[in-house]
Design a protein around this ligand. Structure first.
Ligand code: ZN
Length: 263
């Protein structure tokens, strides 16, 4: 069934500057699922117990405090739909939805990477620090293993972040991949986290990311962790060498396909 993105806009108070008679940001933004646009509108009117106009003529502005905008969202429109998915704060790991921040007038940070202004400040400071340590060779990339004791199955990953942070992210980011399902279906005492290799990049290495991925592939093969573990096969056409080593942690929905993706 199609999804409809809607915005309820409030009339702009005369003391606020602007060309539009409607204030920005909208009072509320949401998503409804309905067979068609008309049914979507009925659902929204029902929810708020009022009939919203979808257009208001200039001469009628006085009588209308709100305006409703509805648009059908194509399932491929990630720009809109990702606002409604849970994502994980890169600093503290807590989950949030962007749309809830947009709808909260008191939200102090509306960016996609962090839950709050405080986490954004802490996170950016930590990234600068890590970047510096990495450049000085004090925080080398590692290949890690997360092993389930009861089954003997392992997940192999690479990271340039402090490896305990990756463990925390795996624990707190809920995705549908088999590894995260297994984590959530068991007790933390069933898991152990270890470093398989601290990577020393050879001096003549031209592609650092590809080298790290090559070491990761070596361990995935050695532990057979795709067939008998929690790794998933690398997506076809994925070229890890184009990845920026210091790029953002993947969004929750990307994590299941993260073999070869240094984060
Ligand atoms: Zn946070």
């Amino acid at each position: 069934m199609p999804e409809f993105y809607y915005q309820i806009k409030g009339r702009r108070p005369p003391e606020y500057e602007g060309d539009s008679p409607w204030a920005w940001p909208p009072v509320f933004s949401g998503l409804v699922t309905a067979p068609d646009r008309k049914a979507a509108k009925a659902q929204i009117d029902e929810e708020y117990g009022r009939t919203f106009p979808q257009r208001v003529l200039a001469k009628d502005l006085e009588q209308h405090a709100y305006l409703l905008r509805i648009e059908e969202v194509d399932p491929s429109n990630d720009y809109i739909l990702r606002r409604f998915r849970e994502s994980s704060c890169r600093e503290c790991g807590s989950t949030f939805r962007l749309i809830d921040k947009y709808n909260d007038f008191h939200a102090d940070y509306r960016g996609a990477d962090y839950c709050s202004y405080r986490c954004s400040v802490d996170g950016k400071a930590r990234e600068v620090q890590e970047f510096r340590l990495t450049n000085e060779g004090k925080l080398p990339p590692v290949i890690y293993q997360i092993r389930q004791k009861s089954s003997g199955m392992a997940y192999v990953g690479q990271t340039t972040q402090p490896f305990t942070l990756r463990w925390w992210q795996h624990l707190t980011v809920p995705t549908g991949c088999k590894f995260h399902k297994a984590i959530h279906a068991s007790h933390p005492t069933d898991w152990e986290y270890s470093i398989l290799e601290v990577i020393v990049i050879p001096d003549d290495c031209k592609d650092r990311a590809a080298y790290i991925t090559q070491r990761e592939s070596h361990w995935i093969a050695a532990l057979n962790s795709i067939e008998q573990g929690f790794n998933t096969a690398r997506p076809a056409g994925f070229n890890p060498s184009t990845n920026d080593l210091f790029s953002a942690a993947p969004a929750a929905d990307e994590m299941s396909a993260q073999v070869g993706e240094p984060v």
